[in-house]
Design a protein around this ligand. Structure first.
Ligand code: DIG
Ligand code: MN
Ligand code: MN
Length: 394
């Protein structure tokens, strides 16, 4: 098959979790539809698709209850596969949600034995991630929440999660690991309400931690959409705070359960605006971390459909990247979004709050009615963007 400019390469930094392409298609209303794929097979196939990395929860690779010898053998085989296929492990994380012990949370559980077990499990999983070369460690608190809100003071839950993360940052420092943490928010599912439900909540929570510099966020498209929020604005706030340490890409229809659909397969306009932001085509810093697809193929698919899903995810991202580059290079677009400059006003709109600036702003003669008359040509701008997206303008 001839090469395409949208074929993924390792330089694109695309990654998938073992649990994503390895999803066997089970859902709350039906059993698995696909055979389970071994981690070694997933590494081989993802490399063939053009991905550069594979991520994992501890138990995606090492089943709970494995002996040390079994664990080491599994890890050795996996590392051989990574080496054979030129793949890396950019991110690792802990499964603190599947085992029944976590039925009422992990770090926020009312049972101190559960909280201790969660810390013990996470330290072992961090060791595994570092051994595999991970530089980012994700925390998704899927069970950190409630149905019966009377069960604990929500402030106690936040306190417990802060204590856990402060301890685990201390652990990473004590081991000398080169590892940062990325906190992933979700508003609900599987719990009725999950604590710290959006990226914005996480950004504030990080500001209360002892080791703030080591902690950032891992926003997910579907999760912010579930909260009815703009994912692009959540990512922009994280980037502006230098806290976008990782990202989970997928697609989501508004008002549904967490669908984890193929990237770009639903709201193409928001996917375009996201890629434009991440790639910096509108100006400003670009994101240079892993581009992780935390999503899975439709339940309708066989294994070949899973790889169609993986290829489609990466291809869509690269197509949108090319379209964003064309859009922001379009002279008509640049003319419409060029920032209005005013030599007289600009000095008054930034810098220190000096007596001179206060006096000058108070003395300004501005005619609000006249200013309000200005048209902004956003209809033309948005139509241009849509025409770039629809392929009738390049
Ligand atoms: C769900 O969106 C969560 C889990 O898949 C995983 O812990 C995390 C890592 O991307 N995302
Ligand atoms: Mn999700
Ligand atoms: Mn995720």
């Amino acid at each position: 098959m001839s090469a395409s400019p949208f074929d993924p390469t390792p330089q694109d930094r695309f990654s998938f979790g073992l649990w994503t392409v390895g999803n066997p298609g089970r859902d709350p209303f039906g059993s698995e539809v696909r055979p389970r794929l071994s981690p070694v097979h997933i590494v081989k196939k993802l490399a063939e698709c053009g991905a550069y990395g594979v991520n994992l929860h501890d138990n995606d690779l090492v089943p709970m209850g494995s002996s040390a010898r079994e664990r080491d053998a599994i890890v050795a085989e996996f590392r051989r596969a990574l080496s054979d296929h030129g793949m890396c492990v950019p991110m690792a994380t802990t499964n603190l949600f599947s085992h029944p012990i976590f039925k009422d949370g992990a770090f926020s559980s009312n049972d101190p034995r559960v909280r201790a077990f969660a810390l013990q499990k996470t330290m072992a999983a961090i060791d595994l991630g570092v051994e595999l070369g991970a530089r980012v460690y994700v925390f998704w608190g899927g069970r950190e929440g409630v149905e019966a809100d009377a069960c604990r003071d929500p402030r106690t839950a936040i306190l417990r999660m802060r204590e856990a993360l402060d301890f685990l940052c201390g652990y990473v420092e004590s081991q000398g690991y080169d590892l940062v943490f990325a906190l992933e928010a979700k508003p609900n599912e599987p719990r009725g309400d999950i604590y710290l439900p959006t990226t914005g909540h996480m950004l504030h929570f990080i500001s209360t931690l002892k080791h703030q510099a080591r902690v950032g966020v891992n926003p997910e498209v579907a999760h912010e959409n579930m909260a009815g929020l703009s994912f692009v604005h959540a990512v922009a706030q994280a980037m502006e705070a230098d806290k976008l340490f990782h990202i989970d890409l997928n697609a989501q229809k508004i008002g549904r359960y967490d669908q984890d659909l193929r990237f770009g397969s639903e709201d193409l306009k928001q996917a375009f605006l996201l890629v434009r932001l991440l790639e910096g085509t509108l100006g400003g810093k670009r994101y240079d971390g892993p581009l992780h697809f935390d999503s899975h193929a439709y339940r309708s698919e066989d294994e070949e459909g899973v790889w169609d899903f993986a290829r489609g995810s990466m291809r869509t991202y690269k197509i949108l990247k090319a379209k964003a580059q064309a859009f922001d290079a379009d002279p008509e677009v640049r003319g419409l979004i060029r920032e209005r400059r005013d030599a007289a006003l600009d000095p008054l709109l930034s810098g220190a709050c000096t007596p001179q600036r206060i006096a000058a702003l108070k003395a300004l003669q501005l005619d609000p009615d006249a200013i309000a008359q200005a048209g902004l040509a956003y209809e033309k701008l948005d139509q241009l963007m849509m025409e770039h997206l629809m392929g009738v303008r390049a």
